[in-house]
Design a protein around this ligand. Structure first.
Ligand SMILES: *[C@@H]1O[C@H](CO)[C@@H](O)[C@H](O)[C@H]1NC(C)=O
Ligand SMILES: *[C@@H]1O[C@H](CO)[C@@H](O)[C@H](O)[C@H]1NC(C)=O
Length: 737
């Protein structure tokens, strides 16, 4: 009922037909209190799904506006209430030991003072929120983390662009599309849409503008561009603005940390921590979570829309550019202030010290009163104060803290934690992003251990991150696995699965057996237990080798194991032109026209390494081949044989396909590995358990469905459901080759 009212209200507020939409996100209902963003968004998607484009636009924009207003309110009220005199702590308890070094306050007497200040602050914040947002304050507008993530990904703009397009507002459609695309540069569909927009005659280049550029990025980019053109004088105001806006953005982000939804999310992340114990444990736990969140704002501010990783050392690097630019235009006092600010972060920075000496020499007479910038001094002091408390809590209360900054002085880090932190530091996300090819040092030992030889390395295979290894299976083992595949296919035939055509070509039959299905069939007596057990053992063997060879420092998990046989269908092989398996990459969608590979669903994006372990060679055709990214030029070819493993990274650097199998039956074990432990193959463990305990569980085995395909990208109606029902997890989808 309430939602219907919202809808009606907003429909009334719609601009009359014919009036041009204002660009950007001007208030549609000026003066009115904002509505809850999640309700608006759900209504907007409902209108969108019903094809009511004008109301969809109005509702989506109102949702964006209300979400932005919530953020602004937090920041402004935070600033105002910090300055509220009654909400400050009296000076006395802050400097506890008196001049006679005896505490001025009786033990515990600080409690009422602290409490009074906290109560005043809370009162101030809630009044401020009500003034800005209307009755109910921030609690009425509270949204869950799913929705906040959707907004951060700029999802509303994807709907907006299509709605605008339907309304024939091409300029706004292009702007919304551009806005979405910036934050989702790998979105394949939007890429195509953008290309279409560019070809449309009604759209000018200026239409492609970002409706949401954070001001600090706009200033930063134009400042850097001017610097690149040797225009230090013009660059300076933009660089100053970038720093100023970065600090302001940081404040907004920090203010958001006090919001109820941030707490809720953190509690989800760190289940159980801080919720036990009494008043002080609870206060400490809550406070620590707020501090953790505030410290995360460094990365948040330094991460461009659409990127996963922050610009490293964002503030110090801006200060470096500033002092250099000021020196270039001859403003030495400003250059000194900025270089002194760099030294606040890195007191031992040689380059900064040298620059400082040089500026001072140039300036001639020493200028008293020249110090680091006040905004940066306060920033560093406050940040260090927070880090001190977080490290203390880490050492004594066992809470976690990922320091986002590389400049934290070692003295701040408790000795006991330093070693561990050094390891964590090495795993800072931006260091970790591109998986570096590892030097091959100790994998050879593993190979020898397994009696395996490296037949061809990446160079011999004319590519990167690929290898052919031989000797993983004895002929007897190949025999056992081939028998397993045959028995399983026959068991399948008895239950009606016979004669399944390959999903890739009509000229071949295709039988696939998962480890769990094999275990279930073994339990039912339809296949030999030995074969099912060997399947598990061999997949683990492949995983060990693949990890040793490609990823010695980071564990790989099996994410999917599939025993696959392809059989030529007799009488259908004449003049056959197609492949047994078309050229593809395993974790991304290959675009042969551009040679790019989009790592997004429906590709299995979490796959990191692929392995194909062959069981036989008594068939015609069926060689594996790697191509150039154009999917046409063959670079390397591998002939299957018993015990041969082809292992390679799953990305766009390894497009591959299989030539047609024109006679006989070709069987191989296909395996995919992942670094993401959450994508570890559950069925592997289940199968292992099933094969260990000899009790009967006969009813279960036909219950498991044949694996189903990944769903295609969600249609809007499905998303709508998800937004409405935020708590529901998307269903776990089983996969198929
Ligand atoms: C240096 O810059 C500051 C602030 O922009 C300005 O007030 C001052 O006049 C400048 N000094 C010189 C010597 O240009
Ligand atoms: C690599 O390329 C060379 C030259 O094109 C070719 O002779 C060779 O067979 C290729 N290697 C494989 C494993 O196919």
């Amino acid at each position: 009922m309430l939602r219907l009212l919202h809808l009606l209200l907003l429909l009334l507020l719609l601009p009359p037909p014919g009036t041009p939409e204002p660009p950007g996100l001007a208030a549609l209902s000026p003066g009115a209190y904002p509505q809850a963003p999640d309700l608006l968004y759900a209504d907007g998607l409902r209108a969108y799904a019903a094809g009511a484009w004008a109301s969809a636009v109005a509702l989506l924009r109102e949702a964006l506006r209300s979400q932005a207003e919530l953020g602004r309110m937090r920041r402004d009220c935070g600033v105002r209430c910090t300055a509220e005199p009654g909400a400050a702590l009296p000076a006395a308890p802050l400097d506890v030991p008196g001049p006679d070094s005896r505490p001025r306050l009786a033990p515990g007497a600080w409690e009422p003072l602290l409490l009074r200040a906290a109560l005043r602050r809370a009162e101030c914040l809630s009044h401020c929120a009500v003034r800005r947002l209307g009755p109910g304050g921030a609690a009425r507008l509270r949204v869950g983390s799913a929705l906040r993530d959707a907004f951060r990904r700029r999802e509303p703009y994807n709907y907006l662009q299509r709605a605008y397009y339907q309304l024939k507002k091409l300029d706004l459609a292009a702007a919304a599309a551009h806005t979405f695309f910036i934050a989702n540069p790998k979105h394949l569909q939007m890429r195509e849409d953008m290309a279409k927009y560019r070809r449309m005659s009604g759209i000018r280049q200026q239409s492609f503008r970002d409706l949401e550029t954070p001001p600090h990025w706009a200033a930063y980019d134009s400042g850097l561009e001017l610097l690149g053109r040797q225009e230090a004088g013009l660059a300076l105001p933009r660089l100053e603005e970038a720093l100023h806006e970065s600090l302001a953005q940081m404040e907004s982000c920090r203010a958001g940390c006090e919001g109820p939804e941030e707490q809720q999310r953190d509690e989800e992340e760190e289940e159980g921590t801080g919720n036990h114990g009494g008043l002080y444990e609870a206060i400490a736990g809550h406070w620590i979570r707020v501090l953790q969140c505030r410290q995360r704002c460094v990365g948040d501010t330094a991460t461009r829309p659409g990127r996963s990783f922050p610009v490293p050392d964002f503030l110090p690097s801006q200060l470096r550019r500033l002092h250099e630019a000021h020196a270039q235009v001859g403003n030495l006092s400003q250059a000194i202030e900025n270089v002194l600010s760099v030294l606040l972060f890195y007191p031992e920075d040689e380059e900064a010290k040298e620059a400082l000496n040089q500026y001072q020499a140039q300036l001639g007479e020493p200028r008293p009163g020249l110090g680091p910038r006040e905004d940066i001094r306060q920033y560093v002091l406050r940040s260090l104060g927070e880090k001190r408390q977080l490290y203390y809590a880490m050492e004594h209360l066992g809470t976690s803290f990922k320091d986002p900054d590389p400049w934290t002085p070692t003295a701040f880090i408790p000795e006991r934690l330093r070693e561990k932190l050094r390891e964590d530091q090495e795993q800072r996300p931006w260091d970790q992003e591109p998986p570096q090819p590892k030097p091959l040092t100790d994998w050879k030992d593993v190979l020898l251990l397994e009696g395996v030889t490296l037949t061809q390395d990446a160079r011999q295979l004319n590519g990167s991150e690929r290898a052919v290894l031989d000797g993983l299976l004895t002929p007897a083992e190949c025999g056992v696995l081939l028998q397993l595949a045959k028995d399983a296919a026959e068991a399948g035939a008895r239950s009606g699965y016979r004669g399944r055509r390959s999903p890739h070509t009509p000229h071949e039959h295709f039988d696939g057996l998962t480890v769990l299905k094999a275990a279930q069939l073994a339990r039912a007596g339809a296949v030999g237990t030995q074969g099912a057990k060997l399947l598990l053992e061999v997949s683990e063997r492949v995983r060990t080798l693949t990890q040793a060879y490609f990823s010695p420092e980071r564990p790989l998990h099996l994410s999917f194991t599939h025993l696959v046989c392809r059989s030529a269908i007799e009488g259908e092989q004449e003049q056959r032109m197609d492949l047994s398996h078309p050229v593809h990459a395993d974790n991304c969608i290959l675009d042969p026209d551009t040679g790019e590979c989009w790592r997004e669903p429906p590709a299995y994006t979490y796959r990191d390494y692929s392995g194909l372990l062959y069981l036989n060679d008594d068939f015609q055709g069926g060689d594996l081949f790697f191509t150039e990214p154009n999917a046409l030029t063959v670079r390397a070819q591998v002939r299957p044989r018993c015990g041969r493993l082809v292992a390679f990274s799953s990305g766009g650097e390894n497009p591959h396909g299989v030539w047609a199998v024109t006679r006989g039956r070709r069987c191989a074990l296909a395996l995919w590995h992942t670094w993401a432990s959450e994508h570890k193959e559950q069925e592997w463990t289940e199968a292992k358990e099933l094969l260990q305990e000899p009790e009967e569980k006969e009813d279960e085995e036909e219950e498991k469905e044949m694996p189903s395909r990944d769903p295609s990208p969600e249609p809007p109606s499905y998303r709508l459901q998800r937004v409405q029902d935020k708590s529901e997890k998307p269903p776990r989808v089983r996969e198929e080759l």
